[in-house]
Design a protein around this ligand. Sequence first.
Ligand code: CAA
Length: 265
Amino acid sequence: MSLFDELEFSNLQLDQHGPLAVLTINRPKALNALNTDTLAEIGQAVDLIAENADISALILTGAGEKAFVAGADISELSEMNNVYSGRELSLGGQEVMQSLSNLPLPTIACIQGFALGGGLELALACDIRIASPRARMGLPEATLGVIPGFGGTQRLPRLIGMGRALDLLLTGRQVDAEEALQMGLVNYVSDEPLNKAREVAEQMMRGAPISLALIKEAVRRGAHLSVEEGMEIEADLFGMAVATSDFAEGTRAFLDKRRPEFKGE
Ligand code: CAA
């Protein structure tokens, strides 16, 4: 019995496998493109996961083999014609991506097909990305007369460096899984990306939940600071980790030569 059994989404499926949540974007008629309803549902699902103490990791994927997510919904975009509606759409999408990025548990994007525009931006808001050899990724917004609006201009250069990001942003070209791996856009390429994502999630979930949350916080908060400022944050969060009972358990288990039993306390 899943804690999410009662939920009804139109364009998503949220499943629970023990401590692992799997969120599947399911809008096949538009290659899982993100219209405003789908974005709102992703926001709701992320909030539910954040509130559910039994969930320790999240895999995000798209239904079907062809697409992870083929971007923001272009039919909806095509109806926008003024500064204010465009800004609203961008801010709304950014908020959803930020809430995903700020989840205090590991998040893995499993990219089995096209991850373009807003779809790649969704994957960029996850902690790591796993691609099938058939995956294709890119930010083609300039070819539509727009720019990435869900965080792509900010997250991509921070992940792969400014030169590589500008290449992808300005050409709008698609990269395959192998090139994405070489440039650090994805972490793993696997013929069975969902199985690989489960395997990596299992490995991550062996860590103490508070440690995982604090590591994410240290990396996120330090990313735009000087090394000295980042070190201060690290020391504060290290202090918090040392004060947890899971730290006492982790060190005791090592000395007792047994596996630790973390409680998230
Ligand atoms: N929005 C709405 N519908 C989309 C869509 C999108 N982003 N991507 C695909 N679809 C729809 C197509 O219109 C088509 O619908 P119909 O069957 O009703 O005609 C269906 O999904 C299947 O797509 P194709 O027939 O185009 O499939 P294909 O195999 O020939 O091509 C593709 C696949 C290369 C992914 C192509 O669909 C494509 O280029 N899609 C658009 C990708 C894109 O430009 N994304 C960026 C959007 S802008 C953005 O995301 C802005 C932002 O940052 C906020």
